[in-house]
Design a protein around this ligand. Structure first.
Ligand code: ADE
Ligand code: ZN
Length: 331
């Protein structure tokens, strides 16, 4: 039974299969032996070395067609797992470091998304992110560039990177500009930071979606606030276990958050780095916490309702979801 799925949180550079990174590295004469081992697996040991490996693997994507290939590969894979919608976070800073302009980067990715859509009918959108540990000036530069160079598939603005650096107050201007320009906004918080980081993201960035957010569980009042204000958490359980935020999936708070009425979605974050896929996230969570088919559909519905897409697309996706559900229950 293939549950219809939707994803709101996946870093496109972090979704690159090691085999593709190796192939492009050879083509562009870049050494990636320090981040991909003999078995074709990414090498890292903690959040800091993960971020480093992520930077190196991103450096092999140098042309719009490299990025088109990456996006097409990822969206086809998502669709093969039953996804009807996916949002990828894109990092203009990483593209710039590889020598690509923002415009070429986005056009390359959009071409890949369109090709995957033609083949599989999957819908895709992009969320441009600023990298927190590059500082507030860099994040504001990204916001300005995204606003000055609009693209119909870039519908969101976000903040990723090392949550341990820089208070959200430093980024409030960038988020205000993005929101005023009509972009949906989301920020990583409550992954390595505690509940205070989630509260600060709500207060200073005024987001309605939070990347991760799971450590809100440590503050009862905050959990109630998230439920009351219908804040949507982009939960990435496999990522949290891989990075040691929780020692095992059965100790992950996703089930309790859901029971407390918090709107949660399931996501893969940086799938090959963490040995996961969106399909694995749905199936492992369902198995561990005994979620029914209907429970999983509710997660997909939440994701579509919170997606950074236009109303017509949202309605089409909801109709597709309901007809997939009908088909499955009719079987
Ligand atoms: N960039 C890529 N993956 C990330 C994560 N899990 N947290 C913060 N920034 C990231
Ligand atoms: Zn993330």
């Amino acid at each position: 039974m293939n549950v219809p799925k939707a994803e709101l949180h996946c870093h496109i550079e972090g979704a690159a299969p090691p085999s593709l990174v190796r192939r492009l590295a050879r083509q562009h004469d870049i050494d990636v032996s320090e981040i991909i081992d003999g078995k074709g697996k990414y090498v890292w040991s903690d959040f800091t070395t993960f971020l480093k490996a992520y930077d190196v693997s991103s450096s092999v994507f140098k042309t719009p067609s490299d990025y088109a290939l990456l996006a097409e590969t990822y969206f086809r894979m998502l669709a093969a797992e039953g996804a009807i919608y996916g949002e990828i976070t894109i990092s203009p800073d990483h593209a710039q470091a590889a020598g690509l302009s923002y415009k070429s980067y986005v056009e390359g990715l959009a071409a890949g998304i369109e090709r995957a859509k033609t083949e599989t009918a999957i819908e895709g959108r992009m969320i441009a992110i600023g990298v927190r540990h590059f500082g507030s000036a860099s994040v504001e530069r990204v916001a300005k560039e995204v606003i000055a160079t609009p693209h119909p598939l870039v519908t969101g603005f976000g903040l990723a990177g090392d949550e341990r650096s820089g208070h959200p107050a430093n980024f409030s201007r960038a988020f205000r500009m993005a929101a005023e320009a009509g972009l949906g906004t989301t920020a990583h918080a409550g992954e390595f930071g505690g509940p205070d980081s989630v509260i600060a993201a709500l207060e200073f960035l005024r987001v309605k979606r939070i990347g991760h957010g799971v450590r809100a569980i440590e503050d009862k009042e905050l959990v109630k606030r998230l439920a009351d204000e219908e804040i949507v958490l982009e939960v990435c359980p496999g990522s949290n276990v891989a990075l040691g935020v929780y020692s095992h999936l059965r100790f992950h708070p996703v089930n309790i958050l859901r029971r407390e009425g918090v709107k949660i979605t399931l996501n893969s974050d940086d799938p090959p780095f963490f040995g996961t896929t969106l399909g694995k996230e749905y199936s492992s969570v369902a198995k561990t916490f005994n979620w029914s088919f209907e429970d999983q559909i509710a997660v997909t519905r939440t994701a579509i309702e919170a997606a950074f897409c236009d109303a017509a697309t949202r309605n089409r996706l909801l109709v597709r979801l309901e007809s997939a559900v009908q088909e499955t229950s009719g079987n």
